[in-house]
Design a protein around this ligand. Structure first.
Ligand code: IMP
Ligand code: MG
Length: 192
């Protein structure tokens, strides 16, 4: 579990709406490089299809793919689980499917955060119907919480406490995706 947090004013990713920075830009860069090395080693001699879950997984996927030294194909899928707030809605809307058949491919699904697990479970069920040669999940964040259906996450960027976070792709009402760190919003922002 990630313990270190810094006062927002000490961070390079300072934003007036953040109460604290949970993961700094430097910590993210180091961890993404480590994951890239690990994935490169694990898939040696194989071709990899990265499937990025939009929109939150986009910055992570863009950084991670450039740390992987293998032939990589990129696909994107869209899912919308939150209706502009901080609590999950039970229903998941698939907004975009893959463009190609994944039969016989080595698929690595890229997610921003493993929260309730609803998104990953739905995407897993959808994509494994293609009969890929292998199917694994890489999630940038994993929250410490109980879930109705646990998904096997092969690669995890950071284990964090069960708090709502923004930045590095993660949004609150579509804002803050462009922050280069992961932070916790000031409580008054939720009340606006
Ligand atoms: P799930 O609950 O695991 O299905 O996560 C669904 C989606 O909710 C994630 O892909 C994120 O886009 C979003 N989400 C979950 N937790 C957070 C958070 O702390 N901040 C911003 N978005 C989140
Ligand atoms: Mg998302």
């Amino acid at each position: 579990m990630l313990e270190s947090t810094v006062d927002c004013t000490e961070s390079e990713c300072c934003h007036q709406d953040l109460e604290r920075v949970l993961i700094s830009r430097a910590q993210i860069a180091r961890r993404v490089a480590e994951l890239g090395k690990q994935i490169t080693a694990d898939y040696q001699g194989r071709e990899l299809v990265l499937i990025c879950i939009l929109k939150g997984g986009l910055p992570f996927c863009a950084d991670l793919m450039r740390q992987i030294e293998l032939p990589v194909h990129l696909e994107v899928v869209g899912a919308s689980a939150y209706k502009g707030g901080t609590s999950p809605s039970a229903r998941l809307r698939i907004t975009k499917d893959v463009d190609h058949d994944m039969a016989g491919k080595n698929v690595l699904l890229i997610e921003d955060v493993y929260d309730s697990g609803n998104t990953l479970a739905t995407m897993h069920d959808l994509l494994t119907l293609h009969n890929p040669a292998s199917f694994e999940i890489c999630s940038f964040l994993r929250k410490d919480k109980a879930r109705p259906r646990e998904m096997p996450i092969r690669y995890v960027g950071f284990d964090i406490e069960d708090v709502f976070v923004v930045g590095y792709g993660l949004d609150f009402k579509e804002r803050y995706r462009n922050l280069s760190c992961i932070g916790v919003l000031k409580s008054e922002i939720y009340k606006e």
